[in-house]
Design a protein around this ligand. Structure first.
Ligand code: HEC
Length: 469
């Protein structure tokens, strides 16, 4: 018995046994395209190989095109024959570098093995019909009822309103006279929209829950996708531009806060200080610092250059904070932020502490505005800093309140009743405010009087036919 035991131990520990077992697993395990391969392509390749962005005229979001290849004219994948598949050649590193993913480190060996085995096993597509990518610029989504709207943004020249749709962003003419463009991308859900300071680009944060987070950057003039960055496997939120237009920040469902070089999409900032989803971001006035808010109730301040966490802007006393924070906006002229969240009270905080932290203080807080019904989902300053605006929702009814920044008083409630509202944007001339939410309509109000000016559906609605009622 002891002899047998010893022999068994040697066998189990020997590298030869480990290798034999690995090989056996490789050839017998059935690789699923949908479960195993597609996530690798989504996370590393589809940013450049999708309908809105066909690097090398090669589309990887559709199984047929994935096999057939692009401009080279040779098949990217030959079922059962990895050696004849140019895709395998392109992802195999030589001297630590591989052709694809272009400009990035090679795929992990484990990922390359999964792709290799999938091709060996016949490169089949087991994607359920419901999960097949079916939308592109020529085949935009069609709607029988309006989608819930989570983002709206005026362009800096005031001529356009970007509105979140399903799988797309709609560029509406800001006077409500019609659709100027449809930016159809990979992400099902669009969480946030932000025009660059010069208005030439639009950053879009979103994803497909539990599968993909994505930052898209679109060129506004020709309505082309400049690039898409896959970010983690969950939605991303709260896109913001640095004042000089060089960086774009987002908050992530994986709790991290990240920033990217706007010209290239290269990640230049990562911090994991939050304990829950990071939902919104904003840069300090000179762009040297970044602020994020989260479901973990905290407002956090970072130095961009060093990627270092600097301070909790809010109090860290247990019990002092009430509920998650959904939105942050920077004061146009000062290093102060307006925040709003689950407690319904819009607040202004200064970013940089003027004296050492004492436990229990909430020293950075400058002002509380009067409480709103329910949870606050978005906040904004007018560009002259005279007014602060917040939207909240309670039991499916939305509220938009306008406050005087100077004395902290509420000056106006937009006339309702409104459905639940999730996003607001103030026109650059401070005369109008756009409001979107649950009912899929874009509502335009006069910011001076609170009167509704116009209401129109964010997306084109297909009339329902008898067959799909
Ligand atoms: C940053 C953008 C980018 C990323 C990421 C990227 N590609 Fe590419 N890919 C390109 C471009 C651009 C080309 C055209 C050839 C070139 O410029 O090198 C190309 C060409 C290809 C081709 C040749 C198509 C043909 O038949 O002409 C294949 C295959 C390919 N890529 C596979 C991949 C795979 C697999 C991944 C992920 C592991 C990936 N690519 C990631 C940009 C990218």
């Amino acid at each position: 018995m002891p002899v047998f035991r010893l022999w068994l131990a040697i066998l189990l520990l020997s590298p030869a046994f480990a290798m034999a077992e690995e090989a056996a697993t490789d050839s017998t395990d059935q690789v699923s395209y949908y479960r195993d391969v597609r996530p690798i392509f989504q996370g590393n390749c589809q940013g450049c190989h999708q309908p809105a962005k066909r690097g090398g005229d090669y589309l990887m979001t559709d199984h047929q095109s994935l096999l057939s290849g692009g401009e080279s004219g040779s098949a990217a994948v030959v079922a059962g024959d990895p050696a004849a598949s140019s895709l395998i050649e392109l992802i195999t590193p030589a001297d630590g570098k591989a052709e694809m993913p272009k400009g990035k480190p090679p795929l992990a060996e484990s990922d390359r093995k999964i792709i290799l085995n999938w091709i060996l096993q016949g490169a089949k597509d087991d994607t359920p019909d419901s999960a097949k990518e079916k939308y592109d610029a020529e085949h935009p989504p069609s709607y029988v009822r309006p989608p819930v709207l989570t983002g709206v943004a005026f362009s800096p020249d005031g001529s356009l309103l970007a509105v979140s749709g399903y799988h797309e962003v709609l560029l509406q003419k800001a006077d409500g006279s019609g659709i100027a463009g449809r930016l159809v991308g990979m992400s099902e859900r669009i969480e946030s929209l932000a025009f660059s300071p010069d208005g030439t680009q639009l950053a879009v944060a979103g994803g497909s829950p539990g599968r993909l987070g994505e930052l898209q950057v679109w060129n506004v003039a020709d309505q082309k996708l400049a690039y898409s960055v896959p970010v983690s496997y969950d939605n991303v939120y709260g896109a913001s531009w640095s004042p000089d237009g060089k960086l774009i920040a987002i908050g992530c469902g994986d709790k991290s806060v990240r920033a990217f070089e706007a010209s290239s999409g290269k990640q230049v900032f990562f911090n994991g200080a939050h304990e829950d989803w990071a939902l919104d971001t904003v840069f300090s006035k000179d762009g040297s610092h970044l602020v994020s808010v989260s479901r973990d109730m905290a407002v956090k301040l970072y130095e961009v250059k060093t990627q270092r966490f600097v301070d909790n802007v809010t109090s860290i006393t247990p019990g002092a904070l009430k509920g998650g924070i959904n939105a942050v906006a920077r004061h146009p002229d000062e290093d102060q932020v307006l925040i709003g969240g689950a407690d319904g009270v819009p607040k202004i905080y200064r970013l940089f502490r003027e004296k050492a932290r004492k436990i229990g203080d909430d020293f950075n807080k400058i002002k509380d505005f009067p409480e709103m019904p329910g949870r606050i989902y978005d906040v904004a300053f007018t560009s002259d800093a005279a007014k602060a605006v917040a939207c909240s929702s309670l039991d499916g009814v939305g509220h938009v309140h306008v406050f005087n920044v100077a004395d902290g008083k509420k000056v106006l409630e937009l006339e309702g009743p409104l459905h639940a509202v999730y996003s607001i944007s103030i026109s650059p001339d401070n005369k109008r405010i756009a409001v979107v939410g649950f009912d899929g309509e874009v509502l335009l109000y006069d910011l001076e009087t609170g009167k509704q000016l116009k209401q129109f559906p964010a997306v084109p609605i297909t009339t329902q036919t008898a067959s799909n009622q």
